[in-house]
Design a binder for this molecule. Structure first.
Ligand code: CO
Ligand code: CO
Ligand code: CO
Length: 328
């Protein structure tokens, strides 16, 4: 659902206040956080969607990694997961579902979490995802709201999964294009979460449906700062810019993400159309966008690369401001 529709739907809800509700709906953060006691807070999130690749096992892995990611983006550790399943049992053999669930379980295991249950319904279209519960120390929560002027912005995975997955649907992506995005999407953000805790990052979020600029904008708005993004430094998948030349590979979310930022976006220089389209491209199981103190940035990048996030780059910095994104 478009974030604009969602905002309308949520507008009439009563406000929930509770001294232990540390992160709620207001700042559009990755997960909700509820304090249990002085040492421990619960982190909760849920995410599920329709297949974006043909291989059911890989789809299960991708969807599970994506759901786990919102726990990691807050600096947390996932503990338990529950499957959410919609499946057309009359139209598809049950071993397809079996493979999806096996893929999901493999990633849950890799994350060091346990599968505790789930819920399934009959549906015309396959949908799969997880509800994940994690923990974090209330003093170590990393939200999207605390980026500080002078911070450096780091991105841990390339951009372009939406556009390349659309090219795949249209039969135009090569097996190596697909392999590249699948490998990236199944990679857990857990190693990066450990590092942002260690380096005491000021803010972090995972890049998902709102695209790089949409999530950057949320970070800028919640922290009341400006984010400068140096477009030539943003890592893209190998053929992403080639596909982005063609309008037919843009997802619906691309346009919605533009609307969402509206006039909170300025460009110092002319940014080429392909890159700009990719900056709005909705991501599945994208990397972390991290704001960290400048003196620690190079070391954090080196550690992230060593930890397996090979495309990690410094892509910009934070300045004083009022929630604007500036492309350079
Ligand atoms: Co998120
Ligand atoms: Co989410
Ligand atoms: Co049930």
């Amino acid at each position: 659902m478009s974030p604009l529709d969602l905002r309308t739907a949520l507008a009439g809800l009563p406000k929930f206040t509770d001294d232990n509700l540390l992160v709620g709906l207001e700042t559009s953060d990755d997960a909700g956080v509820y304090r249990l006691n002085g040492q421990t807070a619960l982190i909760q999130t849920v995410d599920f969607f329709t297949p974006i690749v043909d291989d059911p096992y890989a789809f299960g892995q991708i969807s599970a990694s994506n759901a786990l990611s919102d726990i990691y983006a807050m600096g947390g550790k996932p503990l338990t997961a529950m499957n959410i399943v919609c499946f057309p049992t009359k139209e598809l053999p049950i071993d397809v579902l079996q493979k999806i669930l096996e893929g999901g379980a493999e990633r849950i295991k890799a994350a060091g979490a346990v599968l505790v249950g789930g819920h399934s319904i009959e549906d015309k279209e396959i949908k799969y995802g997880l509800s994940v519960t994690g923990i974090i120390s209330p003093n170590n929560i990393i939200t999207n709201a605390n980026a500080k002027p002078g911070d450096v912005l780091i991105l841990t995975k390339p951009i372009g999964t939406g556009i390349i997955a659309t090219a795949l649907k249209k039969g135009d992506a090569s097996p190596s294009d697909v392999k590249e995005i699948v490998q990236s999407m199944i990679q857990l953000n857990g190693g990066a979460a450990d590092l942002i805790r260690q380096f005491k990052a000021n803010a972090a979020t995972d890049v998902s449906g709102f695209g790089l600029l949409g999530h950057a904008f949320e970070m800028a708005a919640a922290g009341r700062v400006n984010l400068i993004i140096v477009v030539s430094q943003v890592p893209f998948f190998r053929n992403a810019r080639k596909f982005a030349l063609h309008k037919k590979y843009l997802t619906k979310g691309n346009k919605v993400n533009r609307l969402l930022i509206g006039d909170n976006l300025t460009q110092s220089n002319v940014v080429d159309q392909s890159s700009k389209r990719l900056l709005f491209d909705p991501q599945t199981s994208g990397g972390l966008l991290i704001a960290v103190q400048k003196s620690l940035a190079d070391e954090l990048v080196a550690c992230l690369r060593k930890c397996g996030y090979l495309s990690t780059r410094i892509i910009g910095f934070v300045t004083e401001g009022a929630g604007q994104i500036i492309l350079e």
